[in-house]
Design a binder for this molecule. Structure first.
Ligand code: ADP
Length: 169
């Protein structure tokens, strides 16, 4: 039955890690902290359809002239909830980081090899519903660093459970 398959999907959460279910880094929609929100920009953000948007610290221009250094995107410093834009007057062209600072939603981080089962338990506690996924990168002669590699929400885990049902049929 479908129920049986979904139980199997849930059981697989013991073997799978966050890496299996996350949205990959390249596909994360995020915004630079320097961005000022024009009415057009707000419209575009709404059209993306995401509830929560990571804000990264933009450190400036890179060597090849003018392009945003893609490494900057790994440096997430805040979360913007789209609902926080509701009361703003777009004519004021608010800075995105200023808004994020007012609401100050906590940026939660987990390791990429965390078992999905544990991640699900975390989300069930209800304190947060999205986490940035990081991996540990060893460095010669230095302490290892954490590097952003994805983003995970409860929705991703539920999909992982249901997916098993689809593949099995
Ligand atoms: P939303 O309410 O924003 O759609 P969900 O928790 O329902 O978020 O997740 C739906 C899917 O969108 C998941 O696969 C999740 O990883 C992905 N997702 C959520 N926020 C973002 C974002 N800012 N950029 C890219 N993908 C995202």
């Amino acid at each position: 039955s479908d129920e049986f398959k979904m139980v199997l999907g849930a059981l697989e959460l013991y073997d799978k890690t966050v890496a299996h279910a996350m949205t990959r880094y390249e596909d994360i929609f995020m915004l630079p902290d320097t961005l000022n929100l024009s009415a057009d920009m707000v419209t575009q953000i709404l059209e993306m359809g995401y509830t929560r948007i990571p804000i990264y610290e933009k450190k400036g221009l890179d060597d090849d002239g003018g392009r945003i250094n893609s490494k900057d995107r790994k440096n997430v410093i805040a979360l913007l909830f789209v609902k926080d834009l509701a009361l703003l007057d777009p004519a004021d062209s608010h800075n995105v980081m200023k808004i994020a600072s007012i609401y100050n939603h906590e940026v939660r981080r987990v390791l990429v090899d965390m078992p999905l089962r544990n991640m699900l338990e975390e989300f069930k506690r209800g304190e947060y519903h999205m986490a940035l996924v990081e991996r540990l990168v060893e460095q010669e002669d230095k302490d290892p660093i954490y590097e952003l590699c994805g983003l995970i929400t409860l929705e991703d885990i539920i999909e992982e459970i249901i997916q098993c049902e689809i593949i099995d049929e």
